[in-house]
Design a binder for this molecule. Structure first.
Ligand code: KIV
Ligand code: NA
Length: 279
């Protein structure tokens, strides 16, 4: 099976076929996402929050992203993989930006990169696309700018803000972005941008009318402790609860000497190689 590509994605938009995107950060999550049939995997810098335990995405480094993207690529060899450019890795000179992009593509084995921002990143977007690397834009609530935005709040509520978002979206399309993530913007703004652009919009907390949707792996599965559900998320399973129960049972059984049983033990007469995976 071949991975999706950006030409097909644009065609899917034109035909009204929705795009499904999910984050993944390691080998098993990527393999499961691929088996589930997602169109695209995002190795998001949200890994700072959900995997590394930071309270923002700012501490995530290019080394973190390369390491996790590489693991995802090993788990999902037939899926289009987008890697996030982390905080402050695309705002210096173009040489430094391209060096960081090169690492995500060559060492991380991504197919594309994602960058947060509007007009101020369009020159970088053009240069990266010129180098043959597809770029996914990301506007609205851009977590790397949480300190200038003043918190995690819905964007595009007043007319000027809505206008600004529309201009950013158009500028990113013109700069060569193959798609744009719209994070935490009003449904009206997301719908207007989606209608205006020829490239697909991928929404998260952006309502019903985007061309695709993206969610964070751990949110979809309620895989966190403590878990706080955001309103725009739908959790499809309580994996955190399942893990907590299972681990609790394991601890108890060790304490009670209920595990291991004889069938988990090896005798001198058995070949370890033959018995390692059961009878
Ligand atoms: O890092 C991430 O998971 C993201 C998505 C929320 C779009 O950027
Ligand atoms: Na991100």
């Amino acid at each position: 099976k071949q991975a999706l590509n950006i030409v097909k994605m644009k065609k899917m938009k034109a035909e009204g076929v929705p795009l499904s995107m999910l984050t993944a950060y390691d080998y098993p999550s990527a393999a499961l996402a691929e088996e589930a049939g997602v169109d695209m995997i995002l190795v998001g810098d949200s890994l700072g929050n959900v995997v590394l335990g930071y309270n923002s995405t700012l501490p995530v480094t290019i080394d973190d992203m390369v390491y996790h993207t590489r693991a995802v690529a090993r788990g999902a060899e037939h899926t289009f993989i987008v890697a996030d450019m982390p905080f402050m890795t695309y705002h210096g000179g173009i040489d430094e930006t391209l060096k960081n992009v090169r690492r995500l593509m060559q060492e991380g084995h991504a197919h594309a990169v994602k960058m947060e921002g509007g007009l101020e990143i369009c020159a970088a977007v053009s240069s990266i696309v010129s180098a043959g690397v597809p770029v996914l834009g990301h506007i609205g609530l851009t977590p790397q700018s949480v300190n200038t935005i003043g918190g995690y709040r819905v964007q595009g509520k007043d007319p000027q803000d809505a206008q600004r978002l529309m201009e950013e979206a158009k500028a990113l399309e013109k700069a060569g972005a193959f798609g744009i993530v719209l994070e935490l913007v009003t449904e009206e703004v997301a719908e207007a941008i989606t209608k205006e652009l020829a490239i697909p919009t991928i929404g998260i907390g952006a309502g019903r009318y985007c061309d695709g949707q993206v969610l964070v792996f751990h949110d979809v599965l309620r895989y966190a402790s403590p878990y706080r559900e955001k309103r725009f998320v739908k959790a499809y399973a309580d994996v955190g609860g399942i893990i907590r129960d299972a681990l609790g049972q394991y601890v108890q059984e060790v304490k009670q000497r209920a595990f291991p049983e004889q069938r988990h033990a090896f005798g001198a007469d058995e070949s370890v190689l033959e018995s390692l995976y059961g009878a």
